[in-house]
Design a protein around this ligand. Structure first.
Ligand SMILES: [Zn+2]
Length: 345
């Protein structure tokens, strides 16, 4: 009887070893462990054996069955893992997986639209790093040493550089204007270029203010740039972005890097200038500061203010998008809320 069990074990293991497919495995499993298997036949004869033999043969049979089950399971795993998913028959009539296309963020869309508008006017697109230095964000731009914007309240200074000065004192750029001097130092004049990017301010967040937001700045430097060419530039840009003529007005404004400086307003597109909640009932929306480049800034860029002049405009991108679509809270743009973003398809 013992020899028979050894033979069953030997033959069984050989059968398992020879299995190639899951179908064969199923057959072998039935042959070796099913009710009609050789092992079952042996167990049926236990009643005719002596108690000692019964116990021994019973234990051996169970042991062999367990070995078969372990080997069969291992073989099954082996076959499944070696099988490619592509082995399944291809059914071309099954419905495909639906892929929803993404869209550009409305601020990015606006940025691209402005790039196109400015490129058509011969402007180059320039960009620089988000981390800048005191020299580029303040000193070069005619900010006096005691200007409040230099304080911690407004600018995010980079840790361990606070006690340094000039190019060594680093910060997250609070505005883009530093890039203008960097570009002019590298490329000289005449020049016309735009430099979009994210800027950072240490201020309280509300419906109109964010700690990080996008600006879009443009600068023309040439001989004999007039104030009126600045206005033409602004009107052209707004017209291209909004697809129709937009009324603008300029009020006096003060910024260290321009002289004279202006606040440029556009007619509120939500109410057509009649007055509404968005324009605080005065019919105009402040969209950008701008002005004639200050002589000291030209000097920082190694240009002679007697020879060269220029005109800046600085557009708040989110604010322009808010006007375009009638969005009333700037925080939506950084919310990453798909319900909001999917509306701009
Ligand atoms: Zn309005």
């Amino acid at each position: 009887m013992k020899e028979k069990l050894l033979e069953i074990r030997k033959q069984g293991l050989e059968k398992i070893e020879a299995v190639k497919t899951l179908e064969e495995l199923q057959d072998v499993r039935r042959d070796l462990t099913g009710k009609k298997s050789a092992l079952s036949e042996v167990l049926k004869t236990l009643g005719s054996l002596s108690p000692d033999m019964r116990k021994e043969i019973g234990m051996q049979s169970t042991e062999i069955k367990n070995i078969f089950v372990d080997k069969l399971n291992a073989k099954e795993g082996e076959i499944i893992s070696s099988k490619s998913v592509l082995d399944k028959p291809l059914d071309v009539t099954l419905p495909g997986k639906k892929i929803t296309p993404g869209v550009l963020h409305p601020v990015t869309q606006m940025c691209y639209d402005l790039n196109d508008a400015f490129a058509s006017l011969g402007f180059e697109v320039f960009s620089e790093d988000d981390i800048s230095s005191e020299k580029f964000v303040f000193d070069n731009l005619n900010f006096p040493p005691d200007h409040p914007a230099r304080q911690m309240m407004d600018t995010y200074w980079i840790e361990k550089t606070e006690d340094k000065s000039n190019n060594e004192r680093l910060c997250l750029r609070p505005h883009l204007t530093g890039a203008s001097v960097r570009y002019l130092l590298k490329h000289g004049a005449p020049a016309r270029f735009v430099y979009p990017g994210r800027v950072y301010r240490n201020e309280d967040v509300d419906s109109g203010h964010e700690r990080a937001f996008f600006q879009y700045e443009a600068l023309i430097v040439d001989k004999n740039i007039s104030f009126s060419s600045g206005i033409v530039m602004i009107q052209t840009i707004l017209e291209k972005v909004f697809g129709r003529e937009i009324k603008v007005r300029m009020r006096e404004g003060f910024f260290p890097f321009v002289e004279p400086g202006y606040e440029i307003d556009m007619e509120c597109l939500v109410c057509g200038g009649k007055g509404c909640k968005v324009c605080k009932h005065n019919g105009w929306i402040e969209v950008m500061p701008g002005g004639v480049i200050h002589p000291n800034v030209l000097k920082s860029a190694n240009l002679d203010p007697e020879e060269w002049t220029g005109f800046y405009i600085n557009i708040g991108l989110e604010r322009l998008v808010m006007m375009r679509y009638g969005v009333d809270d700037i925080r939506w743009f950084h919310s990453a809320d798909l319900r909001f973003l999917e509306q701009f398809k």
